[in-house]
Design a protein around this ligand. Structure first.
Ligand SMILES: [Zn+2]
Ligand SMILES: [Zn+2]
Length: 315
């Protein structure tokens, strides 16, 4: 089979054996996949990753239990041990022994086939197309914001960093009824946000300490600095993107203003599927380009452009 591999360099290998699923695993034939910023960070050498990339995908089950066979599925990316204290608490995404599809010690989905634990799969309803299903993983991550932080319809929420994840976060936050503003620099994003009824703004348009909640999707020190400036005393900053290196920040401001800082990562797949089925979130407008998997290297190149939204791989 073919697979996009990073092992210090990025290459498309066309002669890998199809994986043999273990007893708790299914064999998935990948239908479509999406390139995420995390993939680009792994290719840049973050986390010392080596192996098959990819964690945003929709696939068909070709080997596995009868109730899943032939079904279109998406897969929770954290493969938990089921036995540690976090698994027993019902928080498998923080399993102490987890592997993560295409990120930590688990083969990824940029391949013709992937073997994945059956318990990680969610059947995709017929109403949700392959294009939409590819967004389940990042949409679930966006939903984790409202899992982690109470957001009232009386709150003003500012989203900073309107890339692929930020554009999903803004839409999810809008569903709470809160006053959602999005700090954008690019016209493409501003036009889309306005079409969703979300006001695009510049940081300079906003008064300091005027938001109860700021969601930073930039993954940059400057984003966290902007968040510290915009959040009101006793407000909350949600960190939604991993950072390059060790960003510097004025943490004294966080202490003096008693700011709560909440890290947030993976979220509920079932809820993301419900939102897509009910068409409460527009993901198709975020698709910037699609490439046949044979041209995966070109696709990664395209996704690496700083203005790029979602680039899909078609199998
Ligand atoms: Zn991702
Ligand atoms: Zn565990």
């Amino acid at each position: 089979m073919r697979a996009l591999i990073y092992d210090g360099q990025l290459r498309l290998d066309e002669s890998l054996p199809v994986p043999q699923p273990q007893s708790d695993q299914t064999l998935l034939k990948i239908r479509r996949a999406g390139i995420c910023n995390t993939d680009l960070e792994l290719i840049a050498g973050m986390y010392g990753f080596s192996g098959i990339l990819g964690h945003e995908f929709v696939a068909e089950v070709t080997q596995g239990p009868a109730d899943l066979l032939g079904k279109r599925v998406v897969g929770e990316i954290n493969v938990a041990c089921t036995r540690c204290d976090f698994c027993e608490k019902g928080i498998p995404s923080q399993c102490r022994h987890r592997t993560t599809v295409g990120i930590i010690q688990h083969p990824g989905a940029f391949a013709d086939y992937l073997a994945l634990a059956a318990r990680n799969l969610y059947i995709v309803p017929d109403e949700v197309s392959d294009d939409k299903a590819v967004f389940v993983e990042p949409l679930a991550a966006a939903l984790q914001i409202i899992e982690a932080v109470h957001i009232s319809p009386r709150h003003r929420v500012v989203v900073i960093g309107l890339g692929k994840l930020g554009m999903l976060a803004a839409q999810v936050l809008k569903l709470t009824g809160a006053d959602v503003l999005a700090v954008v620099r690019r016209q493409k994003q501003a036009v889309l946000l306005e079409s969703w009824g979300i006001q695009p703004v510049a940081v300079s348009d906003l008064e300091a300490q005027s938001a109860q909640i700021v969601v930073d999707c930039t993954g940059e020190a400057s984003g966290f600095a902007d968040a510290l400036q915009l959040v009101e005393p006793r407000g909350t900053i949600v960190l939604k993107s991993t950072y390059h290196g060790l960003p510097q920040a004025n943490l004294t401001a966080a202490v003096v203003n008693e700011i709560r800082v909440v890290g947030s990562r993976c979220g509920p797949f079932d809820a993301a599927l419900r939102l897509l089925k009910a068409e409460l979130v527009d993901v198709e407008s975020l698709i910037e380009a699609r490439y046949p998997f044979a041209n995966a290297l070109d696709a990664v190149q395209h996704a690496s452009q700083s203005s790029a939204l979602k680039v899909l791989l078609d199998f």
